[in-house]
Design a protein around this ligand. Sequence first.
Ligand SMILES: NC(=O)c1ccc[n+]([C@@H]2O[C@H](COP(=O)([O-])OP(=O)(O)OC[C@H]3O[C@@H](n4cnc5c(N)ncnc54)[C@H](OP(=O)(O)O)[C@@H]3O)[C@@H](O)[C@H]2O)c1
Length: 312
Amino acid sequence: MRAIQIHSFGGPEVLQLDEVTPPLLEVGHVIVHTRAAGVNPIDWKTREGGGAASFSGGVPLILGWEMSGEIESVGTGISIFNPGDAVMGLLNFPQPGRCYAEQVNANAAHLVLKPKNLSFAEAAALPLAGLTAWQALYDHAHLQAGQRVVISAAAGGVGHLAVQIAKAAGAEVIAVASQANHDYLRQLGADAVIDYHSTELSDAVQDVDIILDGVGGLSAVQACRCLNHNGIMVTLPSATAQQVIDAASQTGHRVTGMRVVPNADQLQELADLAEQGKLRVEVAARFPFTEVAAAHQASQSGKTRGKIVLEF
Ligand SMILES: NC(=O)c1ccc[n+]([C@@H]2O[C@H](COP(=O)([O-])OP(=O)(O)OC[C@H]3O[C@@H](n4cnc5c(N)ncnc54)[C@H](OP(=O)(O)O)[C@@H]3O)[C@@H](O)[C@H]2O)c1
């Protein structure tokens, strides 16, 4: 089969189209014929030697943690899936998911059936960002109806799903994004929008229960000033999480980092919301998988609305 591998860590030029041995079927696993794979910032951070590179076991490495496709064969012990089923999942994270490949060996416990109303591209874009938003809001921040929630990087992969998940939970949602994304975010359900280029968040909003921070660094440290006494920030970029936690502890603000984990029960909740038309998955751009370098460059621009997807 063909796969995108890296043989050294570095820039987009290290992404290489290789002919490799197809994966072998394991107990509890299925082989999926990949139709699409989501591209996330963790992909290019890992390609550069950061991100999840320390979990990779070195190079050569097939990147990619989320995909959609059709099941080709089913290992022993699997009764919930059959050959031909259309599925999607976040695989193995932070261990290698190896989704930039024509065939993927997937742990069945990381998969759910693809909602019929999502295309393969939309389905491949949902698992990593959707589970991140879900776990940040529910598992780490214990989101409840009526709470005031700020989502930064609100138009991005995680943010655009978090806006909708928080809104569906009955929260008041304040989305932080560039002006060009404000109408889009209001359509997704944001009650208010703030332009981070022209407005200091803490000047515009106070008494916040939850901040989902997709930016990190100094921006996150400053945003903590909006939190109320019981408020909590979940900061996503792992490279700056400890810095934000340490700075916030000096001003008495509660901040936690997190790492998304595969969870089929939660992914099923997201699939149900999508199937009911309550969760829209925005695919900003699709690239043939052979043009993966361009897809990484687009993700690395930091300007993505929704998600970038590779198609097989
Ligand atoms: N810890 C975990 O488990 C985990 C999981 C998933 C993601 N992450 C991390 O979370 C971050 C967000 O991920 P993502 O997939 O949502 O990224 P993304 O899709 O690349 O985010 C793009 C968005 O970021 C916004 N943005 C860029 N620079 C900004 C700034 N200085 N201030 C405010 N907004 C800014 C842009 O907004 P505008 O275009 O509106 O300006 C754009 O819409 C990444 O660092 C990612 O690695 C961590």
